[in-house]
Write a protein that binds this ligand. Structure first.
Ligand SMILES: NC(=O)c1ccc[n+]([C@@H]2O[C@H](COP(=O)([O-])OP(=O)(O)OC[C@H]3O[C@@H](n4cnc5c(N)ncnc54)[C@H](O)[C@@H]3O)[C@@H](O)[C@H]2O)c1
Ligand SMILES: [Zn+2]
Ligand SMILES: [Zn+2]
Length: 372
């Protein structure tokens, strides 16, 4: 057993508490990571607020990076001392995992949101021995140490040895999702217009990726003018405030309709407005967490006629190591300058980091949890 300090989430309106916990002994396919940094993602807050079916209290945090401390007997390609980033977990055996689409793992819930290993055993216990909800996205990295598996840990390539783990940490969720939505899920084509609704981490990553893909124009929509200004610096050719007639402005700009709309807001009305902007064969990609009871309504004739598509997207169709390594290479080459989104906070300022995200001041807060 290993002792760790973890930030426990107790739900909406309640402060995180820092608790001493015990990590289980490693299974053969597991690794113990000393956490150096962890990004805060809107999905952590969606869990805190009861929008996702994760039991509370829980150790959240799913954009962790750190240094491997110990590995199970079957782990061969990663060793103690290696710098790693962590991403979501998956079963490795279902039809989608077999087809290199692990974000759509048939057993996603058990491997990411059940609070324990997929077989129900605890990875974390409190000092008194009671099971603590953990193993969130196969990691629970709002803690000094985490247990992960070979399937959701990626070794940082030698080429990125100089990039701090505070910068690398968030690559395994929101950034991967936005970039992957454009490059892998929707496979955005050059010279077609795209509009991105919501210029947070996911939207900004989509905008940077749309520039890599050569989409044109690249339109950012948000309610926050500072974010719209940053979106323009990162690749958006146009930026419209949703509170100032954005939909009309987009219609005037792209009279033939859009090849792609990408919603990161999860707001029903935004998604439906966005869908109505599509050109024939256009794709509406949807990633935002929304109310579990939400339903969307589309006109069936417009949906069928013109072959328009609505695409639910998880994790940007990332395949794990391959895509994360590709994104790190884009970052090193200056094509994916997502460090512009990051502000680092000390671990004990998790509340301030969350507040900065919720107020819109900081796009991607990253917690500094331990030394490199
Ligand atoms: N599907 C996935 O795999 C996946 C992965 C990561 C995150 N997510 C989800 O994606 C969503 C976006 O995540 P994020 O980290 O970028 O969040 P974020 O809060 O940083 O970004 C959301 C943005 O939407 C803007 N917004 C709010 N109302 C708007 C409106 N009416 N019109 C336009 N913009 C509006 C906000 O100002 C903000 O900039 C969250 O719901 C998150 O849970 C999904
Ligand atoms: Zn699977
Ligand atoms: Zn996330």
């Amino acid at each position: 057993m290993t002792t760790a300090t973890a930030a426990l989430c107790h739900g909406h309106g309640k402060a995180f508490t820092f608790e001493q916990v015990q990590l289980a002994d490693l299974r053969p396919d597991e690794l113990r990571v000393r956490i150096v940094a962890c990004g805060i993602c809107h999905t952590d807050l969606a869990v805190r607020d009861g929008q996702l079916p994760v039991g509370l209290p829980a150790i959240l945090g799913h954009e962790g990076a750190g240094v491997v401390e110990a590995v199970g007997a079957d782990v061969t390609h990663i060793a103690p001392g290696d710098r790693v980033v962590m991403s979501f977990n998956s079963c490795g055996q279902c039809p989608n995992c077999a087809d290199h689409a692990p974000t759509y793992c048939y057993d996603f819930f058990a491997h990411n949101w059940s609070g324990a290993r997929a077989d129900g055993t605890a990875t974390v216990r409190g000092d008194g021995g009671a099971q603590v909800n953990a193993n969130f996205f196969g990691q629970s990295a709002f803690a000094t140490h985490a247990i992960a598996t070979v399937r959701n840990v990626v070794k940082v390539p030698e080429s990125a040895a100089a990039v701090p783990l505070t910068i690398l940490a968030p690559i395994g969720c929101g950034l991967m999702t936005g970039a992957g939505a454009v490059l892998r899920s929707m496979k955005v084509r050059a010279d077609l217009p795209i509009a991105v609704f919501g210029a947070g981490t996911v939207g900004m990553a989509a905008i940077m990726a749309a520039k890599i893909a050569g989409a044109h124009p690249i339109i950012a929509v948000d309610v926050n003018d500072d974010r719209l200004a940053l979106a323009r610096e990162l690749g958006a050719t146009h930026a419209f405030n949703a509170r100032a007639g954005a939909i009309d402005s987009i219609r005037a700009l792209c009279t033939q309709g859009l090849g792609y709309v990408f919603d990161t807001t999860g707001i029903n009305a935004v998604i439906q407005d966005a869908w109505n902007l599509l050109a024939p064969r256009g794709i509406a990609g949807i990633v935002g967490a929304s109310d579990p009871a939400d339903l969307l309504t589309f006109n069936e004739a417009a949906f069928m006629g013109g072959g328009r598509r609505v695409m639910g997207i998880l994790g940007g169709d990332s395949d794990g190591e391959g895509f994360l390594t590709e994104l790190i290479e884009h970052h090193l080459a200056g094509r994916f300058p997502y460090e512009r989104l990051i502000e680092v906070f000390p671990f004990n300022q998790i509340e301030q980091a969350i507040a900065a995200s919720e107020s819109g001041k900081v796009v991607k807060p990253v917690l500094s949890i331990g030394q490199e």
